[in-house]
Ligand binder design. Structure first.
Ligand code: ADP
Ligand code: MG
Length: 238
């Protein structure tokens, strides 16, 4: 059984159709990257998978269960945003533990999970700091830490590195790859950066104007692009 199944998914905002006939099956542990130009519907698709947005047509199943019918809490998915969305008035440790405290996870368990995540992300010495005292890269690590402590079945990333400068982006890209190798969790990663897509993905989904142009491994897309759009998008420099 696939970890995440997306079937005949469509979305309209009023009369405007932004996604159409989306079919994607994602295996457990797979790292799938959604790429496509700005406005093609990447975030909307991710938000529907997270259950933050309702689809107009079709169905999404996670672990065989239909997303619409699952209460938000039992979805077992953690999302990392471009804007980090850290709580400015909370320390790094409190930002990371917030969801666990809400879920009434026992205190000792929270402490050990935050410690483990901080070690994975190199945040051990920053747990007492406030978000404003952190660099962009450190903030993004905290945002990832907040997702990791929840130990979700799947991670959803929406352009998590696009607010960072080019050098840091390359570094964080490698860290995300290592993280995936270490945790092996199903991940869906949105970017408009083809280099990021080519380096991180087991498979890439190329979206354009709300439709899937092609799904394949990086080398399949590079060697056998389905059309000129895919060829141009995958082949063009960063
Ligand atoms: P991407 O993440 O690929 O840049 P989005 O998923 O954010 O694209 O947006 C896809 C299209 O849907 C855009 O044309 C955008 O303006 C439109 N859109 C997104 N959210 C809304 C909304 N809440 N109401 C109306 N239109 C929206
Ligand atoms: Mg977006």
């Amino acid at each position: 059984m696939s970890a995440i199944e997306i079937e005949q998914l469509g979305k309209s905002f009023g009369a405007v159709e932004v996604l159409r006939d989306i079919n994607i099956e994602i295996a457990s542990g797979e790292f799938v990257v959604l790429v496509g130009p700005s406005g093609c519907g990447k975030s909307t698709l991710l938000r529907m998978i997270a259950g933050l947005e309702e689809q107009t047509t079709g169905e999404i199943r996670i672990g065989g269960r239909v997303v619409d019918e699952m209460p938000a809490k039992s979805r077992d998915i953690a999302m990392v945003f471009q804007s980090y969305a850290l709580y400015p008035h909370m320390s790094v440790a409190d930002n990371m533990s917030f969801a666990l405290r809400l879920a009434k996870v026992p205190r000792e368990e929270i402490v050990s999970r935050v410690k483990a995540a901080a070690e994975i992300l190199g945040l051990q010495d920053l747990l007492g700091r406030m978000p404003r005292q952190l660099s962009g890269g450190q903030r993004q690590r905290v945002a990832m830490g907040r997702a990791i402590v929840r130990d979700p079945a799947a991670f959803l990333f929406d352009e998590p590195l696009s607010n960072l400068d080019a050098k840091l982006r390359v570094k964080m890209r490698a860290e995300i790859k290592k993280l995936h190798q270490r945790l092996g969790r199903t991940s869906i990663y949105v970017t408009h950066d083809q280099t990021e897509a080519m380096t991180l993905a087991d498979r890439i989904v190329v979206l354009n104007r709300g439709r899937v142009e092609q799904i394949g491994t990086p080398s399949e897309l590079y060697e056998q692009p389905a059309n000129l759009f895919v060829a141009g998008f995958i082949g063009s420099p960063e």
